[in-house]
Design a protein around this ligand. Structure first.
Ligand code: DCP
Ligand code: MG
Ligand code: MN
Length: 342
């Protein structure tokens, strides 16, 4: 019998959620995305549940929770533990893979290889691993990148980018998306979406460069991770998105190096990009799935109607001036960014 299941932050199923979070993280580390997502969905279902779960029937009533996961939740309730989690945590590769997963630019395949090559510490990687340039920077700022960014620091970073952009390239419109726009108290990185206020003006490499150069000149940007323009033909939409992934730091002494993404998009893709880069990733998945059920296709570039089986974006692009309009096409009530964790 769960007696004191209410925790400080008020969620009556916090103990279960904590264990499921750990499982989801470990499945991601061991490259089992499917299971990781299944656990994330169960976590979101539990977060929305306002009473403490006490019976197996209540677990089965949760959306998206399949049999095997329901059994695990029941095990946590009955025993306060989870054998599978304990087994996971005692595997000698898991802790190392988790450590390596903290290197920016290293996916699950890479971390697996590093382990197979006999590397066990970050120092092993520094001295002996073959690293991409991005991974070298990921290692250099390992601690900084793995520290959460307080919300008010994101606000200050955003202010610098906006001011500098206005000086370097007049007429830009900017919005900080990601976890910041979902009103999280802290963020993993800073995601800034950028376009021209005047929708007729076209993006070009020559627009991005002066802004990046200026941000470097004031020593705000310290390192580049990825800098590329994608004049994407795969979308069949003449999309001309440009992304810059880099590292920034506030001028105050003691400031940490932070991960920053600048994403330049054409004005007609604004709402769909805003929706995509606001996330969460889990929310995006369910929006895309819903669109497909309605014979539409949703991406960061647009919403398309009458999609054939063969070509992903073969359909007709719908006019999406606002995020609200996207929800309307999908027959959904509008959801504010802070309600988009699932
Ligand atoms: N995104 C997505 N699918 C992915 C990665 C990202 O749909 N595999 C979208 C949703 C995310 C947004 O891009 O919210 C920004 O990506 P981030 O990785 O920066 O995620 P968040 O900003 O949501 O969280 P964090 O605080 O960790 O940065
Ligand atoms: Mg982010
Ligand atoms: Mn990001």
């Amino acid at each position: 019998e769960a007696s004191s299941s209410t925790s400080i932050n008020g969620n009556p199923n916090e103990k279960i959620i904590e264990k499921l979070k750990e499982m989801s993280k470990l499945y991601l580390i061991t490259n089992d995305k499917g299971r990781s997502i299944a656990y994330q969905k169960a976590i979101e279902a539990l977060k929305r549940c306002t009473h403490p779960i006490r019976s197996y029937e209540e677990i089965k009533a949760l959306p998206y929770v399949k049999q095997s996961l329901a059994d695990k939740i029941w095990e946590i309730i009955r025993t306060n533990g989870l054998v599978k989690l304990t087994a996971f945590q005692s595997r000698d590769d898991v802790a190392t893979l988790g450590l390596f997963a903290g290197v920016w630019g290293a996916g699950a395949e890479t971390t697996k290889q590093w382990f197979a090559q006999g590397f066990r510490t970050l120092d092993d990687l520094r001295k002996r691993a073959r690293l991409t340039r991005a991974q070298q920077i990921g290692l250099k700022y390992y601690d900084d990148f793995n520290a959460r960014i307080p919300r008010d620091e994101v606000t200050r970073i955003e202010t610098i980018v906006k001011q500098t952009a206005n000086e370097a390239v007049p007429g830009l419109m900017m919005e900080t998306c990601g976890s910041y726009r979902r009103l999280k108290p802290s963020c993993g990185d800073i995601d800034i979406l950028i376009t021209f206020k005047d929708g007729k003006r076209h993006l070009h490499e020559s627009i991005l460069s002066p802004l990046i150069d200026k941000l470097k000149a004031i020593e705000f940007l310290t390192d580049d991770l990825i800098n590329h323009s994608e004049t994407s033909s795969s979308t069949g939409n003449n999309s001309e998105q440009m992304t810059y992934f880099g590292v920034c730091r506030l001028p105050e002494p003691g400031s940490l190096h932070r991960r920053i993404d600048l994403i330049f998009i054409p004005a007609n893709e604004w709402a769909c990009s805003l929706l995509y880069f606001t996330g969460s990733a889990l929310f995006n998945r369910s929006m895309r799935r819903l669109a497909r059920r309605l014979n539409m296709s949703l991406s960061q570039h647009g919403l398309y109607n009458g999609v054939g089986v063969e070509k992903i974006h073969a359909g007709q692009a719908l006019h999406t001036p606002t995020e609200e309009s996207i929800f309307q096409y999908l027959n959904l009530p509008y959801r504010a960014p802070e309600d988009r964790d699932h």
